[in-house]
Ligand binder design. Structure first.
Ligand code: ATP
Length: 306
């Protein structure tokens, strides 16, 4: 049996009277990058804060490598690194001073602190800023320092809450690259409301909407979750739209300009067969026929409605 890295069991949380998350369940047994996806206010930060032992849940529990975060938080937290939405930086310290402080908080033995700090600075590409006061770093480099504090104790699981929020496009690319490197050796969970972030960075998706889990699977499964229902075809000779529309399996035809058409179908196989056959018998000279994929945005909108 595969070892459980994280297990979230019947997790619910209520701030005063309102439930922020309700009966969230999932388990992670394989390394990789997991995107916790959801729109603003869906419950991502609440879930992550509980997973990291920063917030005490109302109901349910989280197990990190089988250790309960509520019953044995100190032991469970040894295996976790966390970068909250607002990085917990001390802006008036230098990068090196701050990371030494983090190493002590993480109970790294005194004689190993210097080495751990040097290694993590190399890992996160910030060695050249070791003596720089954090306040004077750009947003992207401050985020690197935030990532460094999350992995200084070499945890098996790293959790990032909206790690590219507020960064410029170049910084976003660099931070995504760093996250992928970090994930080569450990499991990473990152939260985001940006679909392209998931596409660019993650292997798996857990999607939360209105406090409940609405999807759990790979990015590819997510992409195919809502079955596409359109084809794009290009024809050598241009028939009447009504002639295409009349074919079995075809529901609607839109002209895309020139000889290209978007065809909405009720039954993919029936529509494809009838288009290919008509092209052959009526001399339409089919040159392109492809099924369109639902964009992540469409899927997101559909799932959010459910
Ligand atoms: N401290 C709090 N007190 C009361 N309600 C809260 C508190 N924090 C969050 N909430 C509410 O709980 C729900 C879930 O919020 P949460 O921050 O977990 O969502 P999120 O998916 O992380 O959103 P965002 O992307 O905007 O951070 C929201 O309705 C939010 O208003």
């Amino acid at each position: 049996m595969e070892e459980s890295i994280v297990k979230v069991e019947h997790l619910s949380h209520r701030y005063s009277v309102q439930w922020a998350i309700r009966d969230i369940n999932f388990e992670i047994t394989k390394n990789g990058i997991y995107g916790l996806l959801g729109s603003n206010g869906a419950g991502k930060s609440t879930t992550m804060n509980i997973m990291c032992g920063v917030l005490k849940q109302t109901e349910g529990d989280v197990y990190i490598k089988g250790i309960s975060i509520s019953k044995n938080p100190v032991e469970a937290k040894r295996h976790i690194g966390f970068l909250p939405q607002v990085p917990p930086l001390h802006l008036d310290l230098t990068v090196e001073e701050y990371l030494e402080y983090c190493a002590e908080l993480r109970h790294i033995p005194d004689r190993e602190v210097k080495k751990a700090v040097q290694e993590v600075m190399v890992r996160c590409g910030i060695s050249h800023f070791a003596k720089r006061v954090i306040h004077n770093l750009s947003g992207g480099y401050q985020q690197r320092v935030g990532i460094a504090q999350a992995i200084i104790h070499n945890p098996e699981l790293v959790i990032f809450d909206e790690p590219t929020n507020g960064l410029d496009p170049n910084q976003i690319v660099e931070i995504r690259h760093l996250i992928k490197e970090i994930a080569e050796e450990r499991t990473v969970i990152l939260s985001t409301h940006i679909l392209t972030e998931v596409q660019a960075t993650c292997d798996y998706i857990r999607m939360i909407e209105q406090g409940s889990m609405v999807f759990s699977g790979t990015v590819e499964e997510f992409d195919n979750y809502i079955q596409p229902n359109t084809l794009v075809v290009s024809l050598g000779t241009v028939p009447l739209v009504a002639d295409i529309q009349a074919l079995p399996g075809v529901v609607r035809v839109d002209e895309l300009g020139g000889p290209r058409f978007r065809i909405q179908f009720s039954d993919a196989r029936e529509a494809i067969n009838s288009i290919v056959e008509a092209s052959y018998t009526r001399g339409w000279q089919l040159t392109e026929l492809q099924q369109e994929k639902s964009s992540l945005d469409t899927i997101f909108a559909e799932l959010s409605k459910k």
